[in-house]
Design a protein around this ligand. Structure first.
Ligand SMILES: O=S(=O)([O-])[S-]
Length: 282
């Protein structure tokens, strides 16, 4: 049976009793210490690690996370389940975990839909115990390499039928801010030439426990910028977290030809030779 992309809290509770699972909490260490899903391992660097898409940058990304995931107890036979606080408060960090692990060629990966808030809302137990997993040897494969696009691939995609989808917050899209870390964090503000925009929040329904929209609702959002199930899409944000959230949303809706420019604006904006669109997009 293939591993579901998204699972709810009740399915996760049953899965824990039934099969080997490594639950990975992507929140901050402080949040983790205040309470977490029993047995979960905390890897917040899934969210904070900044990666360049040069061969050296990608090799470093692979080595860093092969170690982190091996230390967390992943050997290939366990299902990895990522969670963040809620789908729209952690900048897509659980989805970034899904993307990085998939990039390393791991196959059995799910995301807790609704995150920690859905676990709490379901009344499931939490604890505050530190977790000491037995380290395993993590199997890196190259089968996930095709999920990633680098700077060269994005450059080649400019002006083609490949849709460059920017999912950053509106202040970044309109070139008022260069990043979520501060307006001047990156040297340039703007957009990839020809990019279209769906702010990442639009893929979710607000509520007590925000969830991704239904596949038809997501396809309706996609239609507003010309994306269909057949489109080839390259996603970007600032460093690949929000774009991972949108990647998961698009995959859940059957838009499967989707790749992620993981270096994103943090990389692109630092090379003055790369073209950008500046100013307001209207
Ligand atoms: O979501 S992000 O990676 O751009 S900070």
């Amino acid at each position: 049976m293939s591993t579901p992309l998204l699972i709810n809290a009740s399915s996760l509770a049953q899965m824990i009793d039934r099969e080997p699972v490594v639950i990975i909490d992507t929140r901050s260490a402080e949040a983790f210490e205040q309470g977490h899903i029993p047995g979960a391992v905390n890897i917040h660097s899934i969210f904070t690690h900044l990666a360049m898409s040069s061969p050296e940058g990608l090799a470093e990304l692979k080595a860093t996370f092969a170690k982190a995931f091996g230390d967390a107890g992943l050997s290939g036979s366990e299902t990895a389940v990522f969670y963040e606080d809620s789908m729209d408060t952690g900048f897509g960090q659980s989805c970034r975990g899904y993307f990085i692990l998939g990039y390393l060629g791991y196959e059995k990966i799910s995301i807790l839909h609704g995150g920690y808030q859905s676990w709490l809302a379901g009344g499931y137990p939490i604890n505050m115990e530190p977790v000491m997993p037995a380290a395993k040897s993590f199997p890196v494969k190259d089968t996930g390499d095709s999920l990633m696009v680098d700077q060269e691939a994005v450059l080649k995609a400019l002006g083609t039928d490949i849709v460059l989808l920017d999912v950053r917050d509106v202040d970044e899209w309109i070139a008022d801010s260069s990043s979520p870390y501060g307006k001047e964090f990156c040297p340039r503000k703007g957009r990839l030439p020809g990019a279209v925009w769906i702010e990442w929040y639009r893929m979710m329904k607000p509520g007590k426990v925000p969830l991704l929209k239904t596949p038809d609702e997501i396809l309706a959002e996609c239609k507003t910028v010309g994306i269909t199930k057949d489109s080839a899409v390259y996603l970007y944000c600032f460093k690949g977290a929000r774009a991972s959230n949108t990647l998961v949303a698009l995959k859940s809706a059957g838009v499967n030809n989707v790749k992620l420019y993981f270096g994103s604006w943090n990389e692109w904006s630092r090379n003055p030779e790369l073209p950008i669109e500046e100013g307001l997009p209207f």
